[in-house]
Design a protein around this ligand. Structure first.
Ligand SMILES: [Zn+2]
Ligand SMILES: [Zn+2]
Length: 155
């Protein structure tokens, strides 16, 4: 039987971003898979074909910053926008991802009413001198989800 990790890694392969490929799966309160998505720009012009400057020049940017300058959707954002398109309610759902959500994705996940997140690879919370309490802000959002956020055990 396919494990959740194998399934997520397969979904991540569909990513069209030139950077890290990330995939996620949203499971409804009844345990049904309701949305799957990978990262990349919305529409036909692909990041991998050089259509996102932030991704193409990612070495010029600091990890976790200037996401507002990137035209790619993170996998979680792609899942939430796909659900919005299809009229799928995410309240009470759980998100599984190959990569721990960044702050932007986390606030969307919490705002959309998801109750928990499970991830494979951890995201490093960036050190931002102007926002010394960033990690606290991140963790206080996690606390708003009844099932919290935790890594997926690989075995
Ligand atoms: Zn990209
Ligand atoms: Zn993100």
């Amino acid at each position: 039987m396919e494990t959740i990790v194998q399934k997520l890694e397969y979904i991540a392969k569909q990513g069209t971003c030139s950077k890290k490929k990330v995939g996620c799966l949203v499971v409804g309160p009844a345990g049904d898979e309701i949305v799957t998505a990978a990262n990349g720009r919305p529409g036909a012009s692909r990041c991998a074909d050089g259509h996102c400057y932030r991704c193409e020049a990612s070495q010029e940017f600091v990890h976790g910053r200037d996401h507002d300058l990137c035209s790619c959707l993170h996998a979680e954002q792609a899942a939430i926008t796909q659900a919005a398109r299809k009229g799928i309610r995410l309240e009470g759902a759980t998100l599984y991802s190959t990569y721990q959500p960044c702050l932007t994705c986390l606030k969307l996940i919490v705002g959309a009413g998801l109750v928990g997140v499970r991830f494979i690879e951890p995201w490093i919370i960036p050190t931002v001198v102007e926002v010394p309490n960033l990690a606290n802000d991140y963790h206080s959002l996690i606390e708003l989800m009844p099932a919290g956020m935790s890594p997926i055990n690989r075995d």
